[in-house]
Design a protein around this ligand. Structure first.
Ligand code: COA
Length: 178
């Protein structure tokens, strides 16, 4: 099954949204959506986007402002970050958006919804109505999800977090044409 075999809709979580049942394989991510996402919204710490059908929350992700800074990368990582930035625009930090959390319900994994969410982030940040400059997407990727992000053309910022629980990854929004 692919996501085109399902009827689904996307929406931005509001304080009065009734969140439909959601169960991914990660308890912490389930708990965040059901118990914390609205508080993050009210405190302006993260905005949550939902993909849902009539009965279920199929998937969700959260976004917050971020920066990619020289101090976050190793030498090779920083070189990759700046590879496509013209010399005149080189600086020690660049505006970014962070995917704070991203998960697909167990019932719907491997149907393309993970990839779809990455593409939704592209569309939000690479559009003619974009209000602020934003060059990169960042994510603290769980170890079991780094390959998912690599398949979606993310790269590592540093090798120093190789044995950490999460790895810092980035995607250059100038790598896409919609
Ligand atoms: C990781 C996760 C988001 C992937 O979502 P999904 O909807 O199953 O992924 P998709 O069906 O869109 O797959 C997109 C591509 O990534 C690949 N992929 C998906 N999960 C992968 C994984 N864990 N490792 C390697 N590749 C993976 C798919 O094979 C597919 O490749 P293709 O484009 O070459 O065909 C989902 O499994 C999940 O919610 N996991 C639990 C929570 C989690 O780990 N979230 C990440 C937090 S940082």
């Amino acid at each position: 099954m692919t996501n085109s075999d399902f009827k689904w809709d996307t929406k931005r979580l509001q304080f009065d949204t009734v969140i439909k049942p959601f169960e991914s394989e990660d308890e912490e991510l389930n708990d965040f959506l059901l118990n914390d996402a609205k508080h993050y919204l009210v405190q302006r710490l993260a905005v949550t986007y939902l993909i849902e059908n009539e009965t279920d929350t199929i998937a969700y992700f959260c976004l917050s402002n971020d920066t990619v800074q020289r101090s976050m990368a190793d030498k090779a990582g920083w070189k990759r970050v700046r590879k496509h930035i013209p010399n005149a625009k080189l600086r020690s930090s660049y505006p970014a958006v962070k995917i704070g959390r991203l998960a697909v319900s167990k019932k719907y994994v491997s149907s393309g919804f993970g990839k779809l969410m990455i593409q939704i982030v592209w569309r939000i940040f690479v559009s003619d109505t974009q209000q602020t400059g934003c060059r990169f997407i960042t994510v603290d990727a769980y170890r079991n999800a780094t390959d998912f992000y690599i398949r979606n053309r993310f790269d590592f910022l540093t090798g120093e977090d190789e044995s950490d629980k999460t790895r810092l990854m980035y995607f250059d929004l100038n790598n896409i044409s919609l």
